[in-house]
Design a protein around this ligand. Sequence first.
Ligand SMILES: N[C@@H](CCC(=O)N[C@@H](CS)C(=O)NCC(=O)O)C(=O)O
Length: 244
Amino acid sequence: MSTARIHPTVTAAAASAVSSRIKHHIRLLHNGGRRGIGRRNLTAVAMSAAVADPLQVCVKASVTVPNKLGDCPFCQRVLLTIEEKHLPYDMKLVDLGNKPEWFLKLNPDGKVPVVKFEEKWVSDSDVITQSLEDKFPEPPLSTPPEKASVGSKIFSTFIGFLKSKDPSDGTEQALHNELSAFNDYIKENGPFINGGKVSAADLSLGPKLYHMEIALGHYKQWSVPESLPYVKSYMQVKIFQIHQ
Ligand SMILES: N[C@@H](CCC(=O)N[C@@H](CS)C(=O)NCC(=O)O)C(=O)O
């Protein structure tokens, strides 16, 4: 496994924090057997479990590769949060193209991710990650309110550009503007949104940036411009790649 390229001017403290996280994830990868942890109902054994029973987590199954996690930034956000909190979990892969009865029974909306907390299935990644923070406060992952909205418009502008059929309608420029603002922010304040430590805002944004590049690469032959090196480095942090 290659070493993560974090930030062109990453500090020693940040590098060491990330490297211990990478070691943690390497252990998870070995437990999972391969990148992407692709076994149904896999129990991810974390290093310092704070709960006795694994959390039950339903996530999207890949549409192309059997028994592999699918492309869902909301599911990835939840899994990354659980892993950052070193909680054990059972991952149940759901075929969203043919939703099984057992899944529709526990979540009639039919959406993933869903997580079981105290016998109750909870949906929506915002609600789930907040519940994880409340129930398992260590390590704390909250992003300070004044930084919580950093990068928050990138996903909607990406969707605008993805859906656009008119190359001159300004949607590509709108996305570029948001990414450029994020590039400047990380250059000044990084390597993460809250400085040296990963926080909830990164765990939400990282998977979305990954999906942005995959989708726009596929449909528009677009990739993050070389002129935004801090965005590129941010996307390559290993913690975001564990469930890709
Ligand atoms: N706001 C929700 C969005 C979840 C969502 O849209 N999940 C998609 C997969 S990426 C889904 O379950 N789609 C299935 C469907 O709509 O039938 C969250 O943050 O969890």
